[in-house]
Design a protein around this ligand. Structure first.
Ligand code: 13P
Length: 237
């Protein structure tokens, strides 16, 4: 299973240092070889070195460097050895106004460098209500190389993010099945994953892991989630 933590705009450099330390210690006993932990901290908090988990970027600009005020380019990620990136998160699409064109540019830039891409898709509330989730997601995947070898797809329905209302297992299974017809990439689910529902979600046919927001912001809570899913992982700090 892939367990990914999207810390969003939470954690300072100081608090993420503590978070990373707790995770390193908690995972020191080892997790199953089939499991992988990805953590996406704010870029201002990247650690110089991490061992037991992979550090990824929530965002970047598709250029190595240049006149892109406020952005972070490839050179800056390389300094922290960050080669895993989130692209297409609904908060960046909706709140930060990222267009499909920019998202495609980011994808091409990351793919050209061989980075691991966690590409997020998911319908909004209106599309879900109209039973148009598959069409909505298909449109988000237009122009995206679904055969890219280092791709992970994350199905995150917008209405389930940060609401405490996770999608039902049937809906998740249906959407993962639909994604599977398009790509052989690992498939994640995200949207109000927590300690109560993670086992059920990870047991869904076709589910290769989860992308967790709120329930991952506290390192000990994220370790609890990992413990539910990773059978070989036993130690808790
Ligand atoms: P929540 O787990 O808070 O719903 O957030 C999910 C998410 O957006 C992960 O990328």
């Amino acid at each position: 299973m892939i367990l990914a933590a999207n810390l969003k705009c939470n954690h300072t450099r100081a608090s993420f240092e503590q978070y990373a330390k707790a995770l390193e210690e908690g995972l020191a006993g080892g997790i199953s070889r089939e499991d992988e932990i990805l953590v996406f901290p704010p870029a201002s908090a990247f650690c110089a070195r991490v061992k037991n988990f992979t550090q990824g970027a929530q965002n970047f600009y598709p250029a190595a460097h240049g006149s892109f005020t406020g952005e972070i380019g490839g050179d800056m990620l390389a300094e922290f050895d960050v080669k895993t990136v989130l692209i297409g998160h609904s908060e960046r699409r909706a709140i930060l106004g990222e267009s499909a064109e920019l998202i495609r540019e980011k994808f091409s830039f990351a793919a050209a460098r061989g980075w691991r891409i966690v590409f997020c898709v998911g319908e909004d509330e209106a599309a879900f209500a109209q039973n148009c989730s598959e069409e909505f997601v298909a449109a988000q995947l237009e122009g995206i190389d679904l055969k890219y070898r280092n791709l992970i797809l994350a199905y995150e329905p917008v209405w389930a993010i940060g609401t405490g209302r996770s999608a039902q297992c049937e809906q998740i299974e249906k959407m993962l099945r639909s994604l599977r017809t398009k790509s052989s990439a690992p498939l994640l689910y995200g949207g109000s994953v927590n300690a109560e529902n993670i086992a059920k979600i990870c047991a869904i046919k076709g589910c290769d892991g989860v992308l967790v927001g709120t329930a991952s912001w506290d390192a000990s809570k994220f370790l609890e989630l990992i413990r539910v899913v990773s059978h070989r992982y036993t130690s808790l700090p």
